[in-house]
Design a protein around this ligand. Structure first.
Ligand code: C5P
Length: 219
C-alpha cells in the first residue's frame, strides 16, 4: 500500500511541451512526451494528494478524478498556473516550456515563394518563465520543485536555477546522456535542495525518480 503522506495536499504539476503557433498549420515546439510529469502526478495521486495537472499537448490520459487543465501555448500555461498557484501547497513544474514564441504570421497558411531561392526569417518573442513567477510569489509553507534539462555544467546550472527561481528542490539531468531525458522511460538525476543537500542518483525508471523526489521534498 502506498503511504498517504501527501493526503490533503494540493499539488500543481505542469507537464508536456508547449506549442507556439506561427501560422494556420505550423508551430514551434519540442519532443517532450510528458512522461516525467505524469510519473510525478501519479505518485502524488497514489500518496493521497489532490492533484491538478496543467498539460501541454500530449497523448497522456489521467485518472478521471484528477484535475486536468489542457493548454497549448506557454502563455496559456502561465495563465492557468498563476491562477491556481495561490491555492496550492506544492508545485512541481516538469513542462518543457518554449522559452520563445514565433511572432505569428497570421491566421492563414504561409505560402511558399516558389520564385525566390532564399529562405525566410522568423522573429521570436520571449515567453514568461512560469516557474520563476511562481517562485517569486511563493508564500510561507508552499514548496516548489523544478527541473533542469542541460547539455553541460549540470551542477552549476542546477544551483543557479534553484537560487534564481526561489525553489525548494531542483532535479537536473544531462539530456546528452543515453537513458536520460526526452522520450525515454528512465532518468539520471542530480538533485539539489534549498537545505544544501546534494545527491547524484543512478539511472532509474521515471516512476522511481518521481517517488524519490516526493520523498526528498517531504524530508
Ligand atoms: O530555465 P530553464 O528553462 O532550464 O528551467 C527549467 C524549469 O523551469 C523546468 O522546471 C520548467 O518546467 C520551468 N520553466 C517554466 N517556464 C518557462 C521555462 C521553464 O516553468 N518559460
Amino acid at each position: 500500500l502506498a503511504p498517504k503522506d501527501l493526503e490533503g495536499r494540493k499539488v500543481l504539476i505542469t507537464l508536456g511541451p508547449t506549442r507556439e503557433q506561427w501560422d494556420a498549420v505550423r508551430f514551434w515546439s519540442n519532443p517532450s512526451s510528458g512522461t516525467m510529469g505524469a510519473c510525478m502526478a501519479m505518485a502524488a495521486y497514489l500518496r493521497g494528494a489532490d492533484v491538478t495537472v496543467v498539460a501541454g499537448p500530449t497523448a497522456l490520459t489521467f485518472p478521471c478524478d484528477m484535475g486536468v487543465v489542457p493548454v497549448r501555448s506557454a502563455r496559456q500555461m502561465y495563465e492557468a498556473c498563476t491562477d491556481l498557484w495561490p491555492d496550492m501547497d506544492m508545485g512541481c513544474l516538469t513542462a518543457a516550456v518554449a522559452d520563445y514564441r514565433p511572432v505569428p504570421f497570421g491566421e492563414t497558411k504561409f505560402k511558399k515563394n516558389t520564385s525566390a531561392g532564399s529562405g525566410i526569417t522568423v522573429e521570436f518573442e520571449t515567453n514568461p518563465d512560469i516557474l520563476k513567477t511562481l517562485g517569486q510569489s511563493k508564500r510561507e509553507g508552499q514548496k516548489l520543485m523544478g527541473f533542469a534539462a542541460e547539455t553541460g555544467n549540470l551542477r552549476e546550472e542546477a544551483a543557479r536555477k534553484l537560487e534564481t527561481k526561489n525553489l525548494d528542490l531542483i532535479a537536473a539531468n544531462d539530456i546528452s546522456r543515453a537513458g536520460s531525458g526526452f522520450g525515454v522511460a528512465t532518468n539520471e538525476m542530480f538533485v539539489l535542495d534549498s537545505k544544501g543537500r546534494k545527491e547524484q542518483w543512478p539511472q532509474l525508471p521515471k516512476t522511481e525518480v518521481a517517488w524519490r523526489l516526493w520523498d526528498h521534498l517531504l524530508l
